[in-house]
Design a protein around this ligand. Sequence first.
Ligand code: HEC
Length: 196
Amino acid sequence: MLQATPTPDRLAKPTLPPVATQADIGAQVYWLDCLPCHGDRGQGLTAEFRETYPEGEQYCWESGCHGKRPYDNGFTIPEYIPPVIGAGALQKFADAAQLRSYIFAAMPFWKPGSLPEEKTWQLTAFLLRENGLWDAGGELNASNASLILVGPPQATPTPEPVSPADSPAAFSYAPILVGLAAFFFVIFLLQFLRRK
Ligand code: HEC
């Protein structure tokens, strides 16, 4: 655990005000689950942020850490981890609902889908507030999230499982099956006519 120090500690756990909002709790969830990759200010895994790491652990993607040969229970991480707070961040999400769905489905990067729904709402509320997109006054939930705009309108913002209709297999098999059916039908017809 981090020690309490008299100088402001960039990596210290955020404290909760007496009456904590969803976003306040989200700040703590962010600190625990997201900060190591997305930075203490949401700046992403920048060189400047990596300097807060102990010497020898600042090059996260090198072998032995999160590189090609990770530790036991380790995992590889990309060299670029995008910012989630600040100008230009989160632009691939049209609204808060899409942002929340992405976090729920894809984060944390090393264990996607492991966050309970409630935490993903808290995290989204926190990110909206930090980006000045929402005052975080009330509660963020499924009924109002799509009304809070984040980036420009998007066609395909969240990763979605490829549906069978989109998969190349569905396109290539259908004509072959139809062709085969027609072929056997003609054979059958010829046999039938010959017997007559
Ligand atoms: C192990 C590192 C890691 C952790 C921990 C992590 N992320 Fe990420 N995050 C990534 C990477 C890498 C990407 C880029 C993924 C991609 O583009 O496919 C990403 C992308 C994102 C994005 C999309 C940003 C954009 O504009 O493309 C959001 C939002 C996000 N993460 C939120 C979170 C939240 C919230 C948490 C905490 C629950 C979290 N992440 C934890 C590594 C991490």
